[in-house]
Design a protein around this ligand. Structure first.
Ligand code: PEP
Ligand code: MG
Length: 751
């Protein structure tokens, strides 16, 4: 055996990093690594595989010894073949007789069969799987334990460099999609997660704007024609008219928020410094389209540099205005706002984007970030906009106009579907339309099979949800999320503005019980006009009742508006995210104080509505009896309760599998809440997403819950689910569940 100089190899690793910065070709860089290792080790083969998380695949990126044609073509799943096993199990695999080893994977035509000695060492950084280095030799028993140890040291030194190389490769792939094996793979079917149920078959449009307004080719030639300052002013006027018309058009659908959707754009269009900058550029000799492009891009770049993500996203408004102006100047349609009927694919969105999309009649949304319990989803449900979450970044690269089937009922995405797939969905669409008719079958009252009455209430986010609540015969509003009008505005709504929205709500459900939840902002509900100081953990930050108690001026205006809107009505008020008895008492006393002030001022109001709290934090379970004495009612917000109980960010798609409503800790805690409410004769309901999942209905009834509040579109299905429950059986089943220890066993019982 030829002696191997390990010390020299380790020393040369530093050189390799130096090499990286000189390497013009990234693949060339990886190639240099394998050649260097192979020469040091006197091994006949050395290869580098890079791991791609999105496809869960290792791809051969460089080799010395195997056929060069294999580069980019040889792929294996994590855990597949000896290399896949090494990376999956994060340990070196050293075999003297590779082809006889269980798990060996043979690739024909790459010339691997000659090499029986095999050593694969994973490249890992922290917990990140980066790839694997494999060395092979025809001489049996060529690699020894010392080689393995040394190679471990080498790969850990190399990890950083290769991780950077991998990143750069991925950037490269973005720049030239055809060059990459992972990108070349055709996207056909992608499994995502349901955000908001629904269905759409339409053209897709990727909603990712760069911060410049590079003109599409066809616009270039039109823009050559000389335009004047008057043309620019005319374009401004036309754009303004179009935006106002758009707003009017959506007034009906979203009466409480409509006027705010395009506010940012209208403001920008009227902003004198923005207009002056364009006029100045035209005065300096730029053709008006170029002047618009230049100034809009400058503004977008400025927004892009802001520290707050929400403000950064305002660049879309500037770009949108820029492209509308360009369209009116040079008359070429622009994809930025031509979203009607399309399926929008986006990396990230804000609630205001969802409102805008709905107003522009977007037919569906595919989102690469966010979770099913996020407020964006909640808003999408209100608007009836199908949403699927899916982490596939290649979706952002599909050509604009690609036909896509979005089966948001099952979280499935079909890109460029075949005729066969299209046909199979025609029936589904018919079924879906039929399902919409079922609201006529809704009964006024909901009872279990053994005659126990259950009240089904509606969750309302926007006034637009009211008509559905009435059509589906909701018995009242179990949760009105008051924050949505706050989220879409450009400043805190005044007491009078809130009064007008709340009055419409109360008038929309005359005589029925309406539960107002006070402002629940923070977390994933950011106010563009309030700087929370970039919190590291916004869900653990200045959220909900904490914000209200810290900003009593804002809180007072809201409470006054609710009390005033509630004159003569059956309203209740509750606080979100209560963590202690002290906090509840402070908030409740503050309501009392506001009511007293209204009395002193002689303003008509509801003097004494029931005051309750949301059960959303694990801390309240231990003090639930004391809270039950103090509160008039409980409403269990399972979305947050599960999030905080299990430490699972409800908006993080990556940990969605840990969001377990059926965790025994969660289920037993719900039981304790229901029991405490019963002991103290207090009303208790469930208003989180768990209450619209049919499989939990028997359990919730079994622990004594008699009131569920769900989005109206689920009322029919929940009524049917309740009607199928025999309370006696449900109670027996609930006992079993409560004494079951394992999540998986509970899962089985619930099925
Ligand atoms: C909940 O947390 O379950 C809830 C209903 O409130 P929200 O989803 O608005 O946080
Ligand atoms: Mg909540």
């Amino acid at each position: 055996m030829i002696p191997r100089d390990h010390t020299k190899l380790i020393c040369d690793i530093g050189e390799l990093s130096g090499l990286f910065s000189d390497t013009s070709s990234l693949d060339g860089f990886l190639q240099k690594i394998v050649e260097m290792i192979s020469s040091h080790m006197h091994s006949e083969v050395c290869s580098i595989y890079i791991y791609y998380e999105n496809t869960n695949e290792l791809v051969l990126r460089a080799t010395k010894g195997l056929k060069p044609e294999a580069i980019g073509k040889v792929t294996m799943k994590l855990g597949e073949g000896l290399t896949g096993i090494a990376l999956k199990e994060l340990r070196p695999v050293c075999e003297k007789n590779a082809s006889k080893t269980p798990g060996y994977r043979y690739f024909p035509d790459i010339g691997e069969e000659l090499y029986e000695s095999f050593l694969a060492v994973p490249i890992v950084r922290g917990t990140n799987r980066i790839g694997a280095v494999v060395i092979q030799n025809s001489q049996k028993n060529y690699f020894n334990e010392e080689d393995t140890k040394v190679f471990r040291a080498i790969t850990s030194q190399l990890a950083n460099t290769i991780e950077t190389a991998k990143l750069l490769i991925s950037f490269n792939e973005k720049a030239s999609p055809a060059a990459s094996p992972t990108v070349a793979k055709e996207l056909k079917f992608i499994k995502g997660r349901v955000g908001c149920e629904g269905f759409s078959f339409a053209e897709a449009i990727v909603h990712e704007q760069s911060v410049d307004l590079a003109p599409p080719e066809e616009q270039m030639t039109i823009a050559q024609a000389r335009l004047t300052l008057e043309d620019f002013h005319r374009a401004v006027q036309e754009t303004e008219k179009q935006l106002e018309a758009l707003q009017e058009q959506i007034e009906e659908k979203l009466s409480d928020v409509a006027s705010l959707i395009f506010t940012a754009q209208i403001l920008m269009l009227k902003d004198q410094s923005f207009l002056d900058a364009i006029v100045k550029a035209i005065g300096e000799g730029l053709n008006p389209p170029d002047a618009v492009r230049k100034v809009a891009s400058q503004y977008a770049t400025m927004f892009d540099a802001l520290p707050n993500q929400y403000l950064r996203d305002k660049k879309h408004d500037v770009l949108d205005i820029g492209s509308r102006l360009l369209e009116n100047l040079i008359g070429v349609g622009d994809a930025h706002h031509d979203l009607k009927g399309k399926i929008v694919i986006s990396r990230q969105l804000f609630p205001s984007d969802i409102l805008k999309f709905s107003s522009l009649n977007v037919s569906g949304v595919i989102l690469l970030s966010g979770g099913v319990a996020s407020h964006l989803t909640i808003l999408a449900v209100s608007l009836g906009l199908p949403v699927v979450f899916c982490e596939e970044p290649q979706l952002l690269k599909i050509p604009q106009g690609t036909k896509v089937i979005l089966d948001a009922d099952n979280g499935n995405i079909y890109v460029s579907p075949t005729q066969e797939v299209i046909e199979s969905f025609k029936n589904k669409e018919k079924d879906r339309l039929l399902a919409i008719q079922v609201k006529h079958e809704m009964k006024d009252m909901t009872v279990t099979s053994d005659g126990e009455r259950v009240r089904l209430m509606a969750n309302i986010n926007l006034l637009g949800d009211l008509s559905a609540a009435r059509e589906y015969r909701a018995e009242g509003i179990g949760l009105y999320r008051t924050e949505f009008p706050f989220i879409v505005r450009s400043d805190f709504p005044s007491e009078e503005e809130q009064l007008s929205i709340y009055t419409k709500l109360v008038q929309g459900m005359p005589g029925q019980e309406i539960t107002f939840r006070t402002l629940d902002i923070g977390g994933d509900k950011v106010l563009s006009y309030y700087d929370n100081g970039n919190e590291e953990n916004p869900f653990l930050g200045m959220r909900s009742i904490r914000f209200s108690l810290r900003h009593k001026d804002v809180f007072a205006q809201q409470i006054r508006a609710i009390l005033r809107a509630g004159v003569g009505a059956n309203i209740r008020m509750m606080f979100p995210m209560i963590s202690s008895l002290d906090e509840f008492i402070e908030a409740k006393d503050f309501v009392r104080q506001c009511a007293d002030e209204l009395s002193k001022e002689g303003v008509p109001h509801h003097a004494n509505p029931p005051i309750g709290m949301m059960v959303e934090l694990p801390s309240v379970i231990e003090i639930i009896d004391e809270l039950a004495q103090e509160a008039d009612f409980f409403s269990i917000g399972t979305n947050d309760f599960i999030q905080y109980m299990l430490a699972v960010d409800r908006t993080n798609e990556k940990v969605a599998d840990f969001f377990l409503p059926h965790h025994p800790g969660v289920l037993r805690a719900l039981y304790k809440v229901a029991c405490a409410a019963k002991r103290h004769g207090k009303d208790v309901s469930v208003c989180g997403l768990m209450s619209h999942q049919e499989k939990f209905v028997p359990y919730l009834l079994g622990i004594g819950i008699r009131k569920l509040s769900v989005d109206s579109r689920y009322l029919y299905k929940i009524q049917r689910a309740v009607e199928c429950v025999s309370l006696k059986e449900a109670e027996a089943e609930t006992k079993k569940i409560l004494s079951t220890k394992l999540v998986r066993d509970i899962e089985r019982l619930l099925k």
